[in-house]
Ligand binder design. Structure first.
Ligand SMILES: CC(=O)N[C@H]1[C@@H](OP(=O)(O)OP(=O)(O)OC[C@H]2O[C@@H](n3ccc(=O)[nH]c3=O)[C@H](O)[C@@H]2O)O[C@H](CO)[C@@H](O)[C@@H]1O[C@H](C)C(=O)N[C@@H](C)C(=O)N[C@H](CCC(=O)O)C(=O)O
Ligand SMILES: Nc1ncnc2c1ncn2[C@@H]1O[C@H](COP(=O)(O)OP(=O)(O)OP(=O)(O)O)[C@@H](O)[C@H]1O
Ligand SMILES: N[C@H](CCC[C@H](N)C(=O)O)C(=O)O
Ligand SMILES: [Mg+2]
Length: 490
């Protein structure tokens, strides 16, 4: 609990108000439905609705005070008018929970692809070295091995700081989190005291939100600028950067903290040498500034080696021995819905993967193509209400790297599913594709066609157990539908 006066001091106000009464604040939220007696309610202007319209409900639920940026009608509780509610929220939430990220070690992972995978690998390495950990990311949040649902890859600040507070209470010593570009742009992680910031890669996505690749890069680079912001902990802070990515040099200059690089092509502090990719995974020699060790991993493809290097570098910075890093890399099964085989004893291969960007689709298809003995099919779509400019690139890559592409719906959200497919095939100079807007039928038809040794990649939805159609979430799991179709055809 905190006194309102104490929190108000942190808020840049539109007009300074010195008449703040002494009120005890018991919690903070941006959602009127979550308000409990004594809460401070922050009105956020959203993309769908405006939090200012829910003040009455917040007060009815017991809000003690309101933070707003637009004029409100007379309220029964004090209103603090802030210059920027979203940014203020992050600062106040951090203070309300006594800066929880200063009480644990915090590792942030950003980049277009590989965040969930790298976060998971680092977490496995920490746990194998007896750390008590917390994770926050696309699939879930975990606190000392308990799982919780999250609405976003990187949740809004009041949820985030509350989660860190829970972690501190549960004696978590290290938290590993995915940091999305949206979160960085919206200041969701402001106030977080990162100790290690990891960069995976940058390629096209989210241009509907960021407008240009330059803005997208600038959003990602905020994590590395922020790494220098707090000196509350005595330990040095580090950036971990993919030396082979085109943006690496620029990114290294974004932070005042020391950087460790990893890579395969360029010179780097942590490298993979003698790489052999095979149909069961990969072998390589992990060369680090703390020694070298041979790795035989079940994870497929060169892109997975990059993820392993990123995780290993972060782990070394947390003084995790090479032997433990090796053990994790050799035993991990990866993440749910990432290159996940669906096996019901059939003679052809079915892989479900979360590739929903041009770069990830290319990487995964190249990996499959390299070892496929028969035809390669890809079933893929593009999410609605998301980056439209990536649609033709996704289609081009599908046709270029697979023998046959089946374009279908991903999560159409509020867009017309047929129009999304039209956007995908605009200007496409290939004929090896078909359109089947119904994802279930696309999966069933392709499985019915498959011959011995063929490979089917079902891309885009990975671990998701729903399809978002309009505003509804309909139960839908690529793995389940594929497994049933395989059984039907056997
Ligand atoms: C575009 C976007 O980021 N939207 C986020 C935003 O939703 P919104 O703007 O639609 O919010 P809204 O529904 O209009 O509500 C506005 C405010 O009114 C409040 N409200 C609303 C209703 C009510 O009854 N009472 C009430 O108080 C809401 O709590 C909110 O504070 O605020 C919500 C609550 O924090 C988020 O869950 C939601 O993320 C949605 C689900 C989303 O899809 N976001 C994507 C774009 C996103 O952020 N993705 C990145 C990952 C990207 C990647 O790296 O691949 C992420 O970090 O997840
Ligand atoms: N290092 C990588 N480089 C390119 N593609 C990758 C890499 N790692 C994973 N992928 C591909 O990207 C997909 C998503 O991986 P992952 O979930 O780890 O990424 P993410 O960055 O967390 O994605 P999101 O932004 O949706 O949360 C995988 O299914 C795979 O196809
Ligand atoms: N974090 C990503 C997830 C995309 C998953 C894909 N299935 C889609 O719905 O587009 C995003 O919000 O863009
Ligand atoms: Mg993720």
């Amino acid at each position: 609990m905190k006194q309102l006066e104490e929190l108000v001091k942190l808020i840049p106000q539109i007009a300074e108000d010195n008449t703040i009464p002494s009120v005890e604040i018991t919690g903070i939220t941006v959602d009127s439905r979550q308000v409990k007696p004594g809460y401070l309610f922050f009105c956020i202007v959203g993309y769908t609705v405006d939090g200012h319209d829910f003040v009455e409900q917040a007060i009815a639920n017991g809000a003690s005070a309101i933070v707003a940026e637009k004029p409100l009608p007379d309220c029964a509780v004090p209103v603090i008018y802030a210059r920027d509610v979203v940014k203020t929220l992050a600062i106040v939430a951090n203070a309300f929970y006594d800066s929880p990220t200063q009480q644990l070690s915090l590792i942030g992972v950003t980049g277009t692809n590989g965040k969930t995978t790298v976060t998971n690998l680092i977490n496995e390495m920490l746990q194998a070295n007896n750390h008590i950990t917390g994770t926050i990311g696309t699939i879930q949040m975990t606190i000392a091995n308990q799982s919780y649902r999250v609405a976003n890859t990187t949740p809004e600040a009041s949820f985030l700081q509350h989660s860190f507070d829970q972690m501190v209470k549960e004696k978590v010593d290290t938290a590993v989190m995915e940091v999305s570009s949206h979160a960085l742009e919206l200041g969701r992680v402001n106030g977080c005291d990162f100790d290690i910031a990891v960069f995976t890669n940058l390629s096209q996505d989210h241009l509907n939100y960021h407008g240009t690749m330059e803005n997208y890069f600038l959003a990602k680079s905020r994590l590395f600028q922020q790494l220098g912001n707090s000196y509350a902990k005595e330990k040095p802070k580090y950036a971990v950067i993919n030396a082979d990515d085109d943006y690496s040099t620029r990114l290294i200059h974004q932070t005042v903290q020391p950087t460790l690089t990893y890579g395969i092509i360029e010179e780097a502090d942590v490298r993979a040498e003698n790489i052999v990719l095979n149909e069961n995974g990969c072998d390589f020699c992990l060369q680090t500034y703390k020694g070298s060790i041979d790795i035989h991993s079940k994870l497929m493809g060169k892109f997975s080696i990059y993820n392993m290097l990123a995780a290993a570098t972060a782990a070394l910075l947390r003084d995790i021995p090479l032997a433990i890093i090796k053990k994790v890399l050799e035993t991990t099964n990866g993440v749910s819905g990432r290159f996940e085989p669906v096996n019901r004893g059939q003679s052809y291969g079915v892989i479900v993967d979360y590739a929903h960007t041009p770069d990830s689709l290319q990487n995964v298809l190249q990996t499959i193509k390299e070892f496929a003995k028969g035809k390669v099919y890809v079933i893929v779509g593009c999410g609605g209400d998301r980056d439209k400019t990536k649609r033709p690139f996704m289609a081009e890559i599908a046709c270029k790297y697979a023998d046959q592409a089946i374009f279908t719906s991903d999560n159409p959200r509020t867009e017309n599913p047929g129009s999304i497919l039209e956007d995908m095939i605009v200007g496409l100079n290939h004929t090896n594709y078909q359109l089947e807007v119904d994802r279930r039928k696309a999966i069933e038809k392709t499985i019915a066609l498959a011959d011995e040794s063929d490979m089917i990649l079902i891309a885009g939805k990975g671990h998701e157990t729903y399809q978002i159609v309009g505003k509804e979430m309909v139960p839908f799991d690529d793995r389940e539908i594929a497994a049933n179709a395989i059984m039907e055809n056997s």
